[in-house]
Design a protein around this ligand. Structure first.
Ligand SMILES: [Fe+2]
Length: 184
């Protein structure tokens, strides 16, 4: 453990202090996966009238994505797509997307950010919403992936009888994806 005394104001900081902070932050990158896994576990407490709790829904969505041959970052994103509900159901897609953003491809970020608008096809008519909300994104290079995510993996994943893989199955790819930020 270094004895470097850190700054009290950023405008008094030194390069040496920032090197120390950088290396200590990097050493504890595993915190991110630990926090994400804990948030996913906590989704097990949220059911709110659905047939399955939100952890089961998340695991089932990821199971379907994996079985369809999706890449690891897409499978992890499928697992985490509703993680924003840990804090707030309103705006949950953006909360999840921003947590994922440094760790996944840009198109995967876009799919998670917009997933509720795609999902609306299957239930917005019950609220007087626009079932074609996804049309605003038609033409985007990730549009087809957004449709696949919502139509085949997410909206189908409220089935208590589906053979859903446990969180422990996904833990290795969660740790791998969150170990490597592509941006800060
Ligand atoms: Fe979902």
């Amino acid at each position: 453990m270094s004895t470097t005394t850190s700054f009290r104001r950023m405008d008094e900081s030194t390069a040496e202090q920032w090197a120390e902070i950088g290396s200590r932050t990097f050493e504890r990158q595993d915190r991110v996966a630990n926090r994400v896994l804990a948030m996913l576990e906590a989704l097990g407490d949220i059911t709110d009238g659905f047939a399955v709790d939100q952890l089961t829904h998340s695991l089932q969505t990821a199971t379907r994505a994996e079985e369809a041959g999706a890449e690891d970052d897409m499978v992890v994103a499928a697992l985490c797509h509703d993680i924003g509900k840990y804090v707030s159901v309103p705006n949950h897609p953006r909360i999840a997307a921003e947590i994922l953003r440094p760790y996944v491809r840009e198109e995967v970020f876009d799919v998670i950010r917009t997933h509720q608008d795609f999902q609306g096809r299957h239930y917005y008519h019950h609220f007087g919403g626009d079932p074609d909300a996804r049309e605003q994104y038609r033409g985007e290079p990730w549009f087809a992936l957004g449709e696949r995510f919502a139509d085949e993996w997410d909206q189908t994943s409220f089935d208590p009888d589906y053979p859903t893989k446990p969180l422990s199955h996904f833990e290795p790819i969660v740790r791998e994806v969150f170990a490597r930020p592509k941006s800060f």
